[in-house]
Structures are given as structure tokens and as C-alpha cells.
Ligand binder design. Structure first.
Ligand code: PLP
Length: 357
């Protein structure tokens, strides 16, 4: 792929860490590439970050055809910038495109585009503990017509945002509300894809939980409202006695998280028993009552590990591990972040260093 380059003649500068927040500051450049039925994917280019011009009839604005990815670039102590399993994101982006009817990309091109835009703006990768450069690839339909006749034009874009630590005050377990009304995804739907529409469907329950003082909702399945699926926009894991259990991906309503997959592979490498299966909410409340629910945590790129200190269900509250972080979630956090920021060796071959320009 030959990527054209237009330099930003008015470059900005990485702000101090305390001004970063999450997803509000953007770098000097972005990657763009267009799709048309006749030409296929064409015109890969790195250009100054700025507004994208769209027809008001562009189908993404009306029918929601948009999918995205999320990964990070990390600065190691030796100054080198590295990515974590970017091919996994490229493959998952195609899975999402396929479900929504958006054109798929060559995954090698997707990884190359990520590598090149990060290399271009690598001075924006912060170095304070816990900080990183969040990478947001996304694909959206641009057909300038209101007719529902499939997707014939699209854009692939990548924008970059330096972000502060997700846990500036250390890993603090959060309170979670088990959602019994709204559902996020259904069997046969789009739950396994990273499409914008899934997030739109989640807003109401998230807002209500927030109003009641909870950090996130724990989603149940859309048929019986009985089996646990995800926590907010993270996958979820529980340690019950000696085993770690996590909802299986088999029904297609759960997002196949790369952090989830990495945690499972890592825990198995430690010799821990990990079960991917249906996890009933009644099993959890029983385990909480008889004291065998030792730990609960969410997994995702943004937080890596987000420990859960309390679950609320049917008007009752179930405390997990005295609202303290447990040893398994702690170890997962330490080992995964150690690998991502390069302070620990990478026996799995998950990290991909970026050459300095
Ligand atoms: C992105 C996402 C996750 C986490 O996936 P990672 O690859 O680990 O970042 C989990 N659930 C939902 C709904 C997501 O959108």
C-alpha cells in the first residue's frame, strides 16, 4: 500500500498529562482511505487532523452503518513505542464490517495503516505511568442517498488520542447494577461486532445506572434475562472458588474482546482453570451468598482490568471480596500492563514495536 502524505503545517503539541482526560485531545494527523464498488479501497493517505466533509444524505447518518476498533500504543522506558496484538483488531474490524454489510479491508493493510499513522505522530505518545495513545480505526458508509440499497461507498479512518491513566488513583473496584429491562444485544444480532449502534442501544440503561450511583450495568441475555453477558463496554470474568468463569462467545451476543482472550491465555499459562460457558445470575448471587464469589472484574483495552466491588440485583446488594481488588485481577493487571508498557518480557509475542522515524 502506497500511503500519500500531507504534512500538518500547524502542528500542535502533546499537552501535560493532567490535561489529557480521555478521548478529547487529538494528534496532528489522521489516516483516510475510500471505498467505491468500482474502484475498491483506494486513496490511502495521511492528512492533517480535521473535519470530514459528508453529504447530509450520507447513509451513516441515517441508517447507522458504522463500525470501529480500539487499541493503544504504549511508550516503553527505552522510548520505543509499541502496539499490542494489532492484527487481532484488524481481523475483528473485518468481522464487524461483514455483519453490517460494509466492505472489508485487507487486514495487512489495516495494520500497516495503524503502524504508519502512529509512526507519523509518535511524538504524541505520552510517557507518564498509565498513559498511552488511544487508536481509533473506524469504517462508515458514505453513500449520498436515502434509498436503502446496500452500501456502495465507505471511508476507513484512523484518529489518535493521547489519554491519561484510566485509574489515576489506583485500581478501585466499582459498583455495578445488573440490568433487568434493557438488553444490549440479541442472538442473531450485532452483539459480537463493534458497531456504533450497539452503543446507542446501551445509553439509556447506562444513564439510569449512573443516576443511581453505579459505574456500569451488567447486561443479561436478551431471551431469558438470566445469563450474564458483559459489563458496560467490557467483557466480564468471575472467580468462583478455584475457577475463573466467563460467558462464552457461542451465542454471538458478546464482543470477542482481545483483553478477554489475552487474560484467558495468560491465566491458562499460569495453570489456572478457566471456563467459557453460560454464567447464570442465580449462580453468581448464590456464590456471593455462600462466600465462594471471590473476585469479579471487567476486561477491555481502555481499563485493561476493572475490578467489581459490588453487584446490585433485584433490590439486593452483593459485595465482592469486601470491595477490595483480589489477587487474580491484580496479577492480570500487573502482568498485562507490564507487557504492554514493556517493563516485563513478552513470552507470548503479543507486542509489536514501531520503528522510530
Ligand atoms: C471493545 C469492547 C470490549 C473489549 O474489547 P477489547 O478488545 O478487550 O478492548 C468488550 N465489550 C464491548 C461491548 C466492546 O465494545
Amino acid at each position: 500500500m502506497r500511503i500519500a502524505f500531507t504534512r500538518n503545517e500547524r502542528p500542535g503539541k502533546l499537552p501535560p498529562t493532567k490535561e489529557l482526560g480521555w478521548g478529547t485531545v487529538f494528534t496532528d494527523h489522521m489516516f483516510l482511505m475510500d471505498y467505491g464498488d468500482a474502484e475498491g479501497w483506494h486513496g490511502p493517505r495521511i492528512v492533517p487532523f480535521g473535519p470530514i466533509v459528508l453529504s447530509p444524505a450520507a447513509s451513516v447518518l441515517h441508517y447507522g452503518a458504522e463500525v470501529f476498533e480500539g487499541l493503544k500504543a504504549y511508550r516503553r522506558a527505552d522510548g520505543v513505542v509499541q502496539l499490542f496484538r494489532p492484527m487481532e483488531n484488524a481481523l475483528r474490524l473485518n468481522l464487524s464490517c461483514e455483519r453490517i454489510g460494509l466492505p472489508r479491508l485487507n487486514p495487512e493493510d489495516t495494520v500497516e495503516a495503524i503502524r504508519e499513522i502512529v509512526r507519523t505522530d509518535q511524538s504524541w505518545v505520552p510517557s507518564d505511568p498509565g498513559t498511552s495513545l488511544y487508536i481509533r480505526p473506524f469504517v462508515f458508509a458514505t453513500d449520498p442517498a436515502l434509498a436503502l440499497h446496500g452500501i456502495h461507498r465507505a471511508t476507513f479512518a484512523i484518529i489518535l488520542s493521547p489519554v491519561g491513566s484510566y485509574f489515576p488513583d489506583g485500581l478501585k473496584p466499582v459498583r455495578i447494577m445488573i440490568e433487568t429491562e434493557d438488553v444490549r444485544a440479541v442472538r442473531g444480532g450485532t452483539g459480537y461486532t463493534k458497531c456504533g449502534g450497539n452503543y446507542a442501544a446501551s445509553n439509556r440503561a447506562g444513564d439510569r445506572a449512573m443516576e443511581k450511583g453505579y459505574a456500569q450495568v451488567l447486561w443479561l441475555d436478551g431471551v431469558e434475562r438470566r445469563y450474564v453477558e458483559e459489563v458496560g463496554a467490557m467483557n466480564v470474568m468471575f472467580k468462583i472458588g478455584e475457577r475463573v468463569v466467563t460467558p462464552s462467545l457461542a451465542d454471538g451476543s458478546i464482543l470477542p474482546g482481545i483483553t478477554r482472550k489475552s487474560c484467558i491465555e495468560m491465566m491458562r499459562s499460569w495453570g489456572m482453570a478457566v471456563e467459557e460457558r453460560k454464567v447464570g445470575v442465580d449462580e453468581l448471587t448464590r456464590a456471593a451468598e455462600d462466600g465462594t464469589l471471590e473476585e469479579a472484574w471487567g476486561t477491555g483495552t481502555a481499563a485493561v482490568i476493572s475490578p467489581i466491588g459490588e453487584l446490585s440485583y433485584g433490590g439486593k446488594s452483593y459485595v465482592v471480596n469486601g470491595t477490595e481488588i483480589g489477587p487474580t485481577s491484580r496479577r492480570l493487571y500487573d502482568e498485562l500492563t507490564g507487557l504492554q508498557w514493556g517493563s516485563r518480557p513478552d513470552p507470548f509475542g503479543w507486542t509489536v514495536p514501531i520503528p522510530k522515524s
